[in-house]
Design a protein around this ligand. Sequence first.
Ligand SMILES: *Cc1c(COP(=O)(O)O)cnc(C)c1O
Length: 365
Amino acid sequence: MPRPILATIHSAALQHNLARARQAAPDALVWAVVKANAYGHGIERVFDALRAADGFALLDLAEAERVRALGWRGPILLLEGVFEPRDLELCSRLGLWHAVHCDEQIDWLAAHKTQAPHRVFLKMNSGMNRLGFTPERYRAAWARLNALTQVDEISFMTHFSDADGPRGTDHQMAVFRQATQDLPGERSVCNSAATLRQGSDPAVRGDWVRAGIVLYGSAPDHPERTAADWGLLSAMTLSSRIIGVQHLQPGDTVGYGSSFTADRAMTIGIVACGYADGYPRHCSTGTPVLVNGTPTRLVGRVSMDMLNVDLTSVPGAGIGSEVTLWGRSSSGAVQPIDEVARAGATIGYELMCALAQRVPVALAD
Ligand SMILES: *Cc1c(COP(=O)(O)O)cnc(C)c1O
């Protein structure tokens, strides 16, 4: 028998979450953001559930090829545009739309020979200071693109630094709006957090929203809001089983570094899941976990292949019992990935993306 760890991708949850994104931004077109191999879920695994999206957005040209290979003929957007001139050949061949965020990308387009002109998304740095033209240089970039025969449609995009937090999006929206106000074309500004929190405002949502984490069922603004608050369903379950049991006496310690000491008699279960599976090593005693669908906690350090859970409050648990690290147990109880991420001082995004290669993955409803 293989090691009992398993990741399960839930198609029905993906479909549900896509519908939630649509509902949150009525009338907007929805990009399903599937970069990083669909946030660790697998592009091929999520494709059917997400094909009701209006387009797929990603960064990696090889991933764009995979989406076309699945038969998708609709829009695909390269969120960072091309990385070198010859990438434009693939854009022409596969009909990829691409972001343009720097003058070099415009130079490359100007030198590119293509029969079919490209659609581009001109990216503004409206305050995040990552990719994009500053507002002062944005119009000049637009004018250059507009003069190229290689380009037939220019849309406008920017990215928010604080859509999930107290600073919000107003300061960036003001900059973006002012610099684009009389330019003709579609707009795309909202990530998941902005879609959920402000998608109902027509002045913010624009023509296309870029839905990433929302599709996978994690709350972009956890812990202020939870996935349940937003009506999202977790699209990934990481589950395993108990492969060992230890009965501890007061004073006994657990695992590397003896970081946990029992203060009373207790029973712990050893779970076939460790940091080499993608479970965060920073999660320490107290991190929530489900055993047979019952909430309990991690004890001691996470090791490479195993971790330890408290079975004192889970009567009947033993070798073979189901452990839900995150996602949905077979009894239907849910362990939100965001709570595990928080206990590990990170975010749900990172846990999904870090699911290890060695974990087998199953596709389910
Ligand atoms: C990743 C990404 C998104 C999606 O972000 P979420 O927070 O997952 O919704 C949107 N836009 C750009 C430019 C991105 O790189």
